[in-house]
Design a protein around this ligand. Structure first.
Ligand SMILES: CSCCC(=O)C(=O)COP(=O)(O)O
Ligand code: MG
Length: 230
């Protein structure tokens, strides 16, 4: 009998290929960023992000700094919030559509239908997460999730972030299953008492993490944890 009540999901490398982020999303935000910063200079979100960029690297050129962070795939809040803003136009216009791994939508639907609670925890901003699941190649899946957690909760490699999510969800850590491709995230979640499973996606060339339970897709996750299947 499974004691899992909530499944917490990473995005990049878990529900969506890394190549979609690196080859589609990042070039898009890189391309539109200079114009976005000009056009939305009065947007409070832009102002806060620009102040955070300047605090991180005083006097820098924000566009160059954002590009540098993007190339290095830094999971820093000002980049993530501005990327979310940049992708909004792309998703809403139909230029962008999230390419989820094909095993993901059926599993999410089966888990949701069986009464399991689902939530997202990604470095991408909560608004970007909603866009991604709202405009996916499987349609609008946002209704499957009860919450979208981002770096406002704290870093994904810190155990306290997972304790905070468990507390907000009102669920014991041991009743949460966290799915991610990144070993350090799984270690932090396990330290907080969550159940964990690493997605080792062939397409992403994921490095298997020593000591972690591993699955190559969501069907295998369902099998290991005796979760419902579609
Ligand atoms: C809406 S997430 C888009 C991808 C992204 O920017 C990102 O940083 C994903 O990181 P994750 O924590 O999901 O691996
Ligand atoms: Mg990931």
């Amino acid at each position: 009998m499974s004691t899992i009540r909530l499944i917490l999901l990473d995005i990049e490398g878990t529900t969506l290929p890394i190549s979609f982020v690196k080859d589609v999303l990042f070039p898009y935000s890189d391309r539109v960023m200079p114009e976005l910063l000009r056009q939305q200079a009065g947007n409070p979100l832009v102002r806060v992000a620009l102040a955070d960029i300047d605090a991180a690297n005083p006097g820098c050129d924000p566009v160059a700094q954002l590009h540098d962070w993007t190339v290095r795939d830094e999971k820093v809040a000002p980049l993530k919030s501005l990327q979310g803003l940049a992708w909004k136009t792309g998703f809403e216009s139909g230029e962008l559509k999230a390419r989820l791994y094909p095993d993901v939508p059926p599993a999410l639907n089966a888990w949701h239908q069986a009464g399991l609670r689902l939530a997202v925890y990604s470095s991408g901003s909560a608004s970007a997460q909603r866009l991604l699941y709202g405009y996916s190649d499987a349609g609008d899946l946002t209704g499957l999730f009860e919450a979208f957690y981002d770096l406002d909760i704290g870093g994904k490699k810190i155990a306290e972030s997972y304790r905070e999510i468990a507390q907000r969800a009102g669920v014991a850590p041991a009743e949460i299953l966290f799915l991610s491709d990144i070993g350090a995230e799984l270690d932090a979640a396990a330290e907080a008492g969550l159940k964990t499973c690493q997605l080792v996606r062939k397409e992403d060339g994921t490095t298997p993490h020593h000591g972690a339970r591993q699955a190559s897709d969501f069907a295998e996750v369902s099998h290991y944890f005796a979760l419902p299947v579609s």
